[in-house]
Design a protein around this ligand. Structure first.
Ligand code: C2E
Ligand code: CA
Ligand code: CA
Ligand code: CA
Length: 278
């Protein structure tokens, strides 16, 4: 910036203010949207890589705003994390996913409900307690709830994180590491923390098998999972070649457009009867 002279610097400042204003606007709109119930969850099937049968569903948030239009998580989750609004939003996501999971259980759809949890949300003092309350007042068995945690969660306050993860596992909740390998991977925490599943990020899956390093990384993660007795799931599987490769590599589950994009609850029920339960 310095090299560019004053004019450019002013431009840069203005640009920053515009960004800030836009972010404040989105933050404000999100708070209204939560009150007005304009957030909803869509569900993407997680299936057995071999049989294609249904194992679980990942809940993914959606927001259609009257003014801003259809907003994707990438456009608002980072802002919610920055402003702290993710604490309220994340609590809503958990309650809503548990509610939906309970409905499906009552309909005989016995699947795993996977929910994304942000670092700010996870590190809230009452995170475990409020989750325990939501679970105990619901008909969703705790072992049918899976939290998708990012590596960034696990490297903060290691002692406290350990206590929290142990408490969650005591509740019966399952734990998955999301976007595995994209963050500050430390293999040490796999030994230390009570993790059940590794999620191979889409970035390692999309160019399989042409990209040799991606193929090698995916294979290594699957082998790591197997030798630690964890399940492995690949995300972003879009074609049969990728599925075949992952199957041969020993991966357990996948989710991706090859099976289905995330869908509304009513359409998910249709998928259930199409795919069958695992
Ligand atoms: P993620 O947890 O890695 O979720 C997977 C993303 O990949 C989702 O994007 C999903 O729609 C997309 N996807 C699934 N299959 C395919 C495929 O075959 N091809 C391609 N190209 N994409 C696929 P989405 O729904 O836009 O979510 C983006 C990210 O936003 C998520 O990444 C997650 O980190 C975050 N997110 C979504 N919902 C929530 C939430 O309720 N709470 C929190 N904290 N984060 C959320
Ligand atoms: Ca996820
Ligand atoms: Ca993620
Ligand atoms: Ca991912």
């Amino acid at each position: 910036i310095k090299e560019r002279g004053r004019g450019d610097f002013r431009f840069y400042q203005t640009q920053m203010n515009v960004d800030l204003l836009a972010r404040m606007k989105i933050d404000h709109a999100m708070r209204e949207a939560l009150v007005d119930q304009r957030f909803r969850l869509v569900y993407q099937p997680q299936v057995d890589l071999r049989t294609g049968r249904l194992i679980g569903a990942e809940a993914l948030i959606r927001w259609s705003d009257e003014v801003l239009g259809e907003m994707l998580p990438a456009q608002f989750i980072p802002i919610a994390e920055e402003t702290g609004f993710i604490v309220s939003l994340g609590a809503w996501v958990l309650r809503e996913a548990i509610r939906q999971g309970e409905i499906w259980q009552a309909e005989g759809i016995d699947i795993m409900m996977s929910v994304n949890v942000s670092a700010v949300q996870f590190h809230q003092a009452n995170f475990v307690d409020s989750l325990a309350k939501s679970l105990s007042s619901s008909g969703l068995p705790p072992n049918r709830l899976e939290l998708e945690l990012t590596e960034s969660i696990l490297i903060q306050n290691v002692e406290e994180t350990q206590l929290r993860l142990d408490a969650l596992v005591d509740l019966g909740v399952r734990l998955a590491i999301d976007d595995f390998g994209t963050g500050y991977s430390s293999l040490a925490y796999l030994k230390r923390f009570p993790i059940h599943k590794l999620k191979i990020d889409r970035s390692f899956v999309q160019d399989i098998p042409d990209d040799e390093s991606d193929a090698a990384i995916a294979t290594a993660v699957i082998n790591l999972a197997r030798s630690l007795n964890l399940r492995a799931i690949a995300e972003g599987v879009e074609n049969e070649t990728q599925r075949r490769f992952l199957l041969d590599a020993g991966c357990d589950e996948y989710q991706g457009y090859l099976c289905s994009p995330p869908v509304e609850p009513a359409d998910f029920v249709v998928l259930v009867s199409k795919l069958g339960l695992s």
